[in-house]
Write a protein of this length. Sequence first.
Length: 198
Amino acid sequence: MLGIVALAVSCALAAGVFVYQQYLKTSINRSLDRLREAREQFDPSLVNQLTRLDNRMQSADDLLATHLAPSAFFSVLDQITAQTVAYQGLEMEVNDPRRITLKMSGVARSVNSIAFQADLLSQSGVFTSPIFSNLDRQKDGVHFSLNSLIDATKINFEDLINVAMSAASGATQASPAAPETPSAPTSPFGGAPETPAQ
């Protein structure tokens, strides 16, 4: 009797395992069919186009993150150039996007004008360690050479765009501004007027 019972239980378990295996095979085949249908719904050419577009957009983001805006540099230089200083030559080396070397030459009315200009450059936040050298007094003024480093983060194109967009959104939300007061006259170079020496 025990043998018959064990045999019956074994046959029942074997039948259950067989049925379960068939169920798993059917379920797997059904899932594979669904995956094939889903894959066929996607156009391979469209997927390739979207992949190329994504790669191009990523490359554009990388370029913008390191792109410099020379116009911002010239704008700052125009604002902080003293009336008694004129630049005659400019050479900019960008061997490293984070380290820009600047070499300039020019002429100033006096040595005091050069000292005043050096102070303006140091306070601008764009120029780092400006050094004036090769001072040569001639009939038209004191000629000089200028070596300096430029903080690339201050003329980064992406940062400037973000700042401009933030300022524009803030201006639209701000209340109407008060009338502007007349500004002081600027120099012929668009620079800052030189204060009298103490």
